[in-house]
Ligand binder design. Structure first.
Ligand code: AMP
Length: 546
């Protein structure tokens, strides 16, 4: 039997625009709440995507051009997530938290043709505009029509849309066309550009939806949910959730600039039931004034970007939040694993926080291994650790314009995450550290994450980071940077921390070398551009402390 394709058969390329068929058929009147609390139905937002593409086309945007965005999380950003790739142009999501110098580097490296610029970021562009090499043109974004359009912006977003046609025709094209690009900042060197094709983003969306739907548990994400991102849309497409939420046709709420009071108000007033964020942001929300008055017991939260500390999981479950860890990175689109919540049908602060903190099991289609330096699998169980390497349909195929970095990333045909861990007897991955963050004391490798976990459960501690500081005798020794609870006495904090670590040592959870050389009490801990603990900054600050 020879398979014969009908000459008119539709090969269905996996293009981002195809994600709209389901919501338009099934939930066209569902609501999307945008910046400045403008409300749209899915039908209206889809029409605006046509208008945006039509408007961008009218100012000369062609397939293959790069359109960058500098905005807070808004309905406009969601429109760009679709309109730009759907016209076969490349969406560059600029990390607005980088330094002006780094932003300039990314604009020049990506060769942005058009930049959609929110009013709040005009001062950044004014600092660097004379050094932008691509001659990018600017479209101005504003939350109020009263905000004046700066002279250097040729166009204004709403005016561009109003002049555009809702019936803009999106052609089909090769699903391997690049759809998005953005930059990841490592410990050294210039930011590195990752990029994703339509096919990859569509498959990632399906992997995300499937992964979140597949557990038999109260943490499942479904059409009855109300979604609000608390991971910026420039950070790995808000981890891909806006695409997944759109495909599912669920109510979406875009919070603008992250202000704790505003986020808490939106959770209460819009009935938000599902979000995702890094641990430091959840910590900030839980400790914000007024947080205690908001009912968070209907809220499911995926925690990623860093390990979920046990102490934070305990504090959150006590508030009734149904949270669990997930794992991924900029290079992996990002979703790789999530804590296995099968059978967990209610939040139990006494029983389950540890299960919620596991790095988790691979989502659909992900091949995940933990290997030694020669790519041999290391035994399960945790007695030894190795590097996590992965294959999945949605991993960046390299760093744009950086062949050496790309080859190192993909050495041996697997993407190297740079994370160290093990797979436990039940099949769950546990990350114990980043290779760069492991504390190497004498011959021992001390897991900074394990150390932080032991400290995170101390009542007198609100935030903690463990780093290695140089030691002439041992190579490195651990240092703990801690923010104490309000009013906690310094000696009491240090005493409780040492006791907790000692109990971990006595229980055989961590080696005796993990007892820190120094414990520093600080007012705040430095955070990176995506809100994670900035261990690079801490190491620099304490470089001479050994
Ligand atoms: P980024 O590229 O900024 O998204 O950072 C990715 C890195 O964050 C990963 O390589 C890990 O080191 C870390 N990370 C993300 N999720 C987790 C997690 N659940 N547990 C531990 N580390 C994580």
């Amino acid at each position: 039997m020879k398979a014969t394709h009908a000459s008119s058969a539709y090969a269905y390329p996996l293009l981002i625009g195809q994600l709209w068929h389901t919501p338009i058929s099934c939930t066209p009147d569902q609501e999307i709440v945008g910046g400045a609390e403008r409300r749209f139905s899915y039908r209206e937002l889809r029409a605006r995507i046509g208008q945006l593409a039509s408007g961008l086309n009218s100012i000369g945007v062609q397939p293959g051009d790069t359109v960058a965005v500098m905005d807070w999380d808004s309905h406009r950003y969601l429109e760009c997530f679709f309109a730009v790739p759907m016209m076969a142009a490349v969406l560059h999501t600029i990390n607005v938290r980088l330094s002006p110098q780094q932003i300039l580097y990314t604009i020049n490296h990506a060769q942005d043709d058009v930049i959609l610029l929110h009013a709040d970021f005009v001062p950044i562009i004014e600092q660097i505009s004379d050094r932008i090499e691509s001659g990018a043109r600017f479209v101005f974004l504003r939350d109020s029509p009263d905000t004046p359009v700066p002279d250097f912006c040729e166009h204004e977003y709403e005016a561009l849309l109003q002049a555009g046609s809702t019936d803009f025709e999106f052609d089909d094209f090769d699903e391997n066309t690049v759809a998005t690009t953005f930059y990841t900042t490592g410990t050294t060197g210039d930011p590195k550009a990752v990029f994703y094709s339509h096919r990859q983003l569509v498959l990632h969306t399906l992997g995300l939806v499937g992964g979140l739907a597949s557990t038999d548990s109260s943490s499942r994400v479904h059409r009855g949910d109300v979604y609000m991102p608390i991971t910026p849309m420039f950070h790995v497409h808000a981890w891909g959730f806006p695409y997944a939420a759109t495909l599912l046709g669920i109510k979406q709420v875009y919070p603008g600039r992250y202000d704790p009071a505003q986020l808490l108000r939106l959770i209460a007033e819009e009935g938000v039931t599902f979000s995702h964020c890094v641990p430091t942001i959840l910590h900030m929300l839980l400790t914000a004034p007024g947080a205690g008055q908001v009912d968070l017991s209907r809220w499911k939260v995926v925690i990623g970007g860093s390990a979920l500390p046990l102490g934070l999981a305990q504090a959150a479950t006590q508030r009734g939040i149904n949270l669990f860890a997930a794992y991924g990175m900029s290079e992996t689109c990002p979703f790789l694993t999530a804590a296995d919540m099968t059978g967990v049908h209610a939040v139990d602060p006494e029983g389950d926080p540890a299960a919620r903190c596991k790095t988790g099991k691979p989502t659909l289609m992900v091949e995940l291994r933990v290997v030694d330096a020669d790519l041999n699998d290391i035994p399960r169980g945790g007695a030894v650790t190795g590097e996590v390497v992965v294959r999945a349909p949605w991993l960046t195929q390299g760093y744009a314009g950086n062949p050496e970095g790309s080859e190192a990333l993909w050495e041996g045909g697997y993407l190297h995450t740079g994370d160290v861990g093990f797979i436990d007897a039940g099949g769950s991955l546990q990350i114990t550290d980043r290779i760069k963050d492991v504390i190497k004391s004498g011959g021992e490798w001390i897991s900074s994450l394990q150390l932080e976990d032991l400290v995170s459960v101390c009542a007198s501690v609100t935030e903690v980071a463990a780093i290695g500081i140089p030691s002439r005798r041992w190579g490195e020794r651990p240092l703990l940077a801690i923010v104490g609870s309000p009013g906690a006495d310094q000696d009491a904090v240090v005493g409780e921390v040492r006791a907790s670590i000692q109990s971990g040592i006595d229980a055989g959870q961590i080696s005796k070398w993990a007892m820190p050389e120094r414990i520093e009490l600080l007012d705040t801990l430095p955070k990176t551009s995506v809100g994670k603990m900035d261990k690079k900054a801490l190491r620099a600050r304490f470089a001479d402390a050994g």
